[in-house]
Design a protein around this ligand. Structure first.
Ligand code: PEP
Ligand code: MN
Length: 328
């Protein structure tokens, strides 16, 4: 149950009430909100005098649910919201100043405003490139200074979370990190928008519940990113779950982003999958692009060359128009 307390209720009282009933509490900028398990169907007696409004929920998809808040949330600082599709593009990993600067210049020319690039890479093997770490974050920050691009970069574990939050405009939580509750809580307590990726063995219910950890700490700016799930199929890296995208669009109030690059894992299929996702009217597309994809230090097989990216980018406009979306 989501419970809105009366505006007159102060912080200490709200905290006391939440703790007495073992519930979560946050301030949404206007009022204190208490969230209990969805199994609670009646307002606890202890709260009766303090409640302005309450919402009985079917499952623990609560704050993210359209049953709680029917209108879609947006990300103010990025202009992301209903009717807009943001392009987020850049290399898998930040590798060098030259590499990043080439991509950044190219994105500016293409009208793309969000630059992605990983600095702490959650690699499957410990013997491969693990990312430039803090040095990479500083390179990304330089691109923001130089070109005005917004920076999207991922946090892999809690050892560097403060650095990522300090340098990024959007904190990406990767498919492997999405179960890390210290990351989810730290992002919930920050004021940076969060791009939460779906784990590749994660059900839609679990995925949205991970977003609830962030929302219930008071950060309302969370995007859900479908990036492919593991199925019996092994000809492609993962399987892009567009069915899940339809579910997320219908049942949740959060912006939905699709990442076709990590889903298929091979560049040949990225353009078709991107257009398919565009046709679903999603709020964002996350694409890997690299000046020399075959030499990339991570995810070399799936990154588009800058020319391939531009061709794809152009081809998205008629699809966007057909479904009433504006590419930003
Ligand atoms: C990435 O975006 O580079 C990445 C590692 O993605 P994922 O967490 O989806 O594997
Ligand atoms: Mn990658």
């Amino acid at each position: 149950m989501v419970i809105h307390l009366k505006h007159s209720v102060e912080l200490a009282k709200a905290q006391e009430l939440a703790s007495k009933i073992g519930a979560t509490h946050f301030f949404d900028g206007k009022k204190h909100v208490i969230v209990t398990s969805s199994k609670v169907k009646e307002v606890p007696e202890l709260l009766a005098d303090y409640v302005e409004d309450h919402f009985v929920m079917e499952t623990d998809i609560q704050l993210a649910s359209r049953d709680y808040r029917s209108e879609k949330r947006g990300i103010k600082s990025l202009g992301i919201g209903p009717g807009k599709t943001a392009i987020i593009a850049g290399p898998c990993s930040v590798e060098s100043y030259e590499q990043l600067d080439t991509v950044a210049q190219f994105l500016i020319k293409s009208g793309v405003k969000l630059l992605r690039g990983g600095c702490f890479k959650p690699r499957t093997s410990p013997y491969t490139f693990q990312g430039l770490g803090l040095e990479g974050l500083e390179l990304l920050a330089q691109m923001r200074e130089k070109y005005g691009l917004k920076i999207v970069t991922e946090v892999k574990d809690s050892s560097h979370i403060a650095d990522v939050i300090a340098h990024a405009d959007v904190v990406q939580i990767g498919a492997k990190a999405m179960y890390d509750h210290s990351i989810l809580r730290a992002c919930g307590q920050s004021n940076k928008p969060v791009l939460l990726k779906r784990g590749f063995g994660t059900t839609l219910q679990e995925f949205v519940q991970a977003a609830e950890f962030i929302l219930s700490q008071g950060n309302s700016e969370v995007m859900l990113c479908e990036r492919g799930i593991r199925t019996f199929e092994n000809k492609t890296r993962f399987t892009l779950d567009l069915t899940g995208v339809a579910f997320l669009k219908h049942h949740t109030n959060l912006p939905v982003i699709v990442d076709p690059s990590h889903a298929i894992g091979y560049r040949y299929g990225v353009p078709d999958l991107t257009r398919a996702a565009m046709a679903m009217g999603v709020e964002g597309l996350l694409l890997e692009t690299h000046p020399k994809p075959e030499q990339a230090l991570s995810d070399a097989a799936q990154q588009l060359s800058l020319e391939e990216f531009e061709k794809l980018h152009q081809s998205l406009h008629p699809v966007a128009t057909a479904v009433g979306q504006q590419i930003i």
